[in-house]
Design a protein around this ligand. Sequence first.
Ligand SMILES: [Zn+2]
Length: 282
Amino acid sequence: MENIPITDNHIHVDPFNGEGPLKVAEKFSRSGGKRMIIPNKPSWTFGEPFNFQKAIEQVLKYVDEINQNTDVKAHAVVGLHPAELSRLLESGKDLETAEKIIKEGLDYAQSLVLEGKAVAIGEIGRPHYEVSEEEWGLQNDIMVYSMELAREADCAVQLHTESSGEEQFKEFSLMAKKAGLKIYKLVKHFSGPYTDEKENFGLTPSLISTRDVISKGIKKSNYFLMETDYLDDLSRPGAVLGPKTVPRRTQEFLNKGLMSEEDAFKIHSDNVKRVYGIDDDF
Ligand SMILES: [Zn+2]
């Protein structure tokens, strides 16, 4: 496994609620992990609701800390979680004002990608809980807006959405088309085993790395990414997979012959390079 740049495509670090960037990166590294793709957490997680600039700047700082102090290569993903819009509306903002505030935050995210400080816009998308029809419409408009920003910056988008299957993947692929974004640059975070192009419509699925999902996914194709969605939140232990999961799962699948070295290299190297255009030296 040494020559495979094991990558967790969606892992959070949070010194306010969890162990923070260095401890998480060290755990990841000790279990064989090489690269972390880290989206910023929402603004309320550090007690400053709607301070989007700070939420985004924090993740850039954590990525720097990891790159300077550990063997792990870290990359930032910057954006505004769909629940930020829900909370703005709950706080009494009207749709138009909320839209303007969210779009400004996303413009800032794009500027950082253009400066080379982040590799993608995300996690953006739409809520996994029920909302009003007006909000749903606006969430969808903002998704397309984010994809347009990504097309201009030629970068990827990490999507957070309701639990999705073929029908939703098809809808997202049409949104990407509308925005002019290359469909494979649209990454469905927290995906089930939708690795067949007939089910994912050309999106890149980022599989939640449980034994069940990876074993179903790898039977159909090796075109996917692997992630934990680790939250680094000590108040929610066991809410998600731990930081050692992606390296350990990959090793387990290699050992059992359920994944070839070639598959693992495709998943952790070629697919990452294709989506983000990054080529780290390991
Ligand atoms: Zn996340």
